[in-house]
Design a protein. Structure first.
Length: 185
């Protein structure tokens, strides 16, 4: 009986420790929750996951077609991708649902990105996905998740600049504008 009780206590403690380290949304200083994108364009692979970016910095830039700030920042993000291409990966994540009309927004966001990509000569890879928006509980955009080479979330912000990236690459903590999800994280 005492072995059974010890087993129950051990499992309970393991479950508590495990649930405190893994969450469904990104939190600064914690491992990024795993994700998979099955619809990726302008990248060497058509499907990617967090594991594809081990040992590399990753910036997930979430946006939707109603966000004029997101659209306006794309050329600057493209410039950052080109400048830091050997050290940092930028992936745009386009919201394919519509919180306003409550139906798919898949075709309009594809068309909009193709138009911006061509007109502004942008060469950023994009993943189309609304599931991760909901899982991470993202409300307002832009929403940028900064993930270090070990898979740890190092920042959640609304914008990045060249100095921010230089600071991150040299293990400094840049001062970032804070973005929060609907839960306040």
């Amino acid at each position: 009986m005492s072995k059974f009780i010890a087993l129950i206590i051990t499992l309970f403690c393991f479950d508590c420790a495990f649930s405190q380290t893994i969450s469904s949304y990104p939190e600064i200083g914690k491992p990024c929750p795993d994700f998979h994108f099955n619809e990726v364009r302008y990248y060497s692979k058509k499907a990617i996951s967090l594991k594809d970016f081990r040992r590399q910095w990753l910036m997930l830039d979430f946006w939707n077609r109603y966000c004029s700030v997101c659209l306006g920042r794309m050329p600057a993000t493209d410039s950052l991708q080109k400048k830091f291409s050997k050290q940092v990966n930028f992936i745009l994540v386009g919201y394919t649902g519509s919180q306003y009309t409550h139906h798919s927004d898949n075709k309009p966001i594809h068309k909009l990105y193709r138009k911006f990509r061509k007109r502004l000569n942008i060469d950023l890879p994009i993943a189309y996905d609304s599931l991760l928006f909901h899982r991470f509980d993202i409300g307002a955009c832009p929403y940028i998740v900064i993930i270090d080479p070990k898979g740890i979330v190092r920042g959640i912000t609304t914008q990045l600049n060249e100095q921010n990236i230089k600071d991150l690459l040299s293990n400094k903590r840049p001062e970032l504008d804070k973005a929060v999800n609907r839960k306040g994280f």
